[in-house]
Design a protein around this ligand. Sequence first.
Ligand code: SAM
Length: 235
Amino acid sequence: MKFKILTLFPEIFPGPLAYSICGKALSRKLFTIETINIRNFSEKKSKIVDDNPYGGGPGMILKPDVMQKALDCAMKNSVKKKKLIYLSPGGKQVNSEKINQLIKFDELILICGRYEGVDCRFLEYNKIEEVSLGDYVLSGGEIASIILIDACVRLIPEVLGNKNSLKSESFQNHLLEYPQYTKPSNWKGIKVPEVLMNGNHKEISDWRLKKSIEKTKNVRPDLFKTFARKNREIK
Ligand code: SAM
């Protein structure tokens, strides 16, 4: 999978993506990252890329003409099965379903805003989808891109050593993961539940499902509703 990133700060990448599971996948070329520096496409001597918002107001807006040139450059040698994404608090919030859809593309072109964001005509003209990380405002789209890439990369076959890790993870089947324990079996007087040590796989998986349901109901009633609805549909 290929990620092309339009950014004013290419030096931020690969950043945390160069470590651990993603780092190994990056060095095995299971995914690649290419940055496109938006500033290189300014025609001004000063390399300015933004201007004041029409109608007034604080902050600066990334200019559509500069953004377009940066995007045109990213689109050169682009594959057919690609998707254009603008990381933005104004987008629909990304979830695990969305990540599962995104990994079906061979290439994601990720546009990182700064300041007050980008001129909306650039988004409309290029049919760019806005994707948000959550209901808060970040200073730029770079960290959001890194999170999105990380979430995609761990779903690429061969990236995770143990493929079963994905099966029981949070959000698979619309549930949060069950509580996990490791050695020692008694820590500060808190004992690991007996059922996890008896080797009975059926009892263990029943207990885990029960705990997953309890936790999801408690912490994420919205997610639990989806789980309950999907289960009714299956039955
Ligand atoms: N003026 C914008 C607004 O109120 O919606 C916020 C701009 S923000 C300071 C600068 C950039 O950070 C955005 O253009 C976007 O690329 C990125 N960003 C901020 N919050 C984000 C979020 N929740 N999800 C994804 N990207 C975000």
